[in-house]
Design a protein around this ligand. Structure first.
Ligand code: GLN
Length: 198
């Protein structure tokens, strides 16, 4: 099979960690900051970081609309934390004027777990991925407050709060699998890329 060429949106956030996981899984990675770079990739990862900054920079770099067009055309996208916020159709507790790319039929609430020093790690069952529980790191992550009929829950905390969702070729997690040597979400994303390319 041909080596998949995938992008990591490289405007702000933990770009390198995603680049590393994807490279380790055998993908060719393009750091995406321009429309031309976006056109070269078959899938896109949106890293964790600060969604209001990623939003602003994506509009300054004239890449927000092209990303929305690719999402509408079915490009596989995986967003972690701020990346999930960028994929959500509705963002609660956004800063004034903040926009998302949208695509995922969910509503997310930013900073739902509190401030930076309330970061935590936990084990989460993700039946769809198979194998042992996922070790999940939460850093000012969002919670998925509402899941629309087009999206589905992939994982929730024991108290029921939804922290991973999928819809077609879109996948989003409130936590950071890229920080824990967890590769199953990235594999899932690369499987969507391979299918979409067929
Ligand atoms: N709180 C950040 C935001 O709103 C997300 C934090 C993260 O990506 N680790 O974008």
């Amino acid at each position: 099979m041909a080596t998949p060429v995938v992008g990591v949106l490289a405007l702000q956030g933990d770009v390198r960690e995603h680049q590393q996981v994807l490279t380790d899984l055998g993908a060719e990675v393009v750091l995406v900051r321009t429309q031309a770079q976006l056109e070269a990739v078959s899938g896109l990862v949106i890293p964790g970081g600060e969604s209001s900054v990623i939003d602003k920079l994506s509009r300054i770099f004239d890449i927000a609309q092209p990303i929305q067009d690719r999402i509408a055309a079915g490009m596989p996208v995986f967003g972690t934390c701020a990346g999930l916020i960028m994929l959500a159709d509705t963002v609660v507790d956004a800063i004034r004027g903040q926009q998302s790319f949208g695509g995922l039929d969910v509503s997310v609430r930013r900073n739902a777990f509190g401030s930076q020093n309330q970061s935590f790690e936990t084990q989460i069952e993700v039946p769809e991925l198979g194998g042992p529980a996922v070790h999940a790191t939460f850093i000012r992550g969002p919670v998925v407050d509402a899941v629309g009929s087009r999206a589905r829950v992939m994982a929730a905390l024991p108290d029921g709060r939804v922290v991973a969702v999928a819809q077609g070729n879109l996948l989003g997690t409130s936590f950071h699998p890229e920080m824990n040597g967890e590769t199953r979400f990235h594999r899932y994303f690369l499987d969507r890329v391979a299918e979409h390319a067929d």
